[in-house]
Design a protein around this ligand. Sequence first.
Ligand code: MF3
Ligand code: CO
Length: 248
Amino acid sequence: MIKLKNEEQIAGIKRSCDLLSRLFAILKPAIQPGVSTGALDHLAFEFIKDHSGEPAFLNYMDYPASLCISINEEVIHGIPGKRLIRDSDVVGIDCGINLDGFFSDAAFTSALPPVEPAARQLVQVTEECLDRAIKAIEPGARVSAISRAVFSHAKAHGYGVVRQYCGHGVGFSQHEDPQVPNYVSAGPNPRLVPGMVLAIEPMINLGTGDVKDLDDGWTVVTSDGKLSAHFEHTVLVTATGAMILTAW
Ligand code: MF3
Ligand code: CO
């Protein structure tokens, strides 16, 4: 069931999203060679706690951290730890915050110098997929408009689109209806109406869209070992289109 949000609830979700945007502004410059993924996670945990929030991922289905940090062939759900960030890494950071019961969710991918041209393009096109998906939200459109925008742009560049994981409703909890696939699926295709809050999150691979799970129980990697990128915004559907709630 899709839970629409009223003005007051939207205000609460916006506060959660604002806090997440501020966290990303701090995290982005902190992604440097030699920094451990665990140190970035610690920074995020402390920042969220200092601002009276709860890291939404921590303990969600026993997930052990505040951030997901997915590097290179890792697609999503990389667990922070001792691993050190290195030159040329393609680093994806995903985070959610629960602030007073209101949930935000966002992700970005950053390619560290010296950046391979193929990595630069993958990251850029994945971010464009997200932009196009958000622009596809207009009165009368359905979820498939988002899916089609992501899929067609990724495919125009010959990239693989991850199908096993989707965007989703968000706001009152980490994952709500509807599912927001990055491909046009045969599943439910509800109309987009004002008051919906969606986490739109293209996961795009340089090679095939196929992925597999590592035996840590979380980390999702590309089957062919090639690079992957991920961007995500929490977005409000309005009467005229969409508003991005998590800017950075
Ligand atoms: N960021 C993921 C999403 O967008 C959720 C992470 S699940 C967790 O749906 F368990 F890792 F937290
Ligand atoms: Co999400």
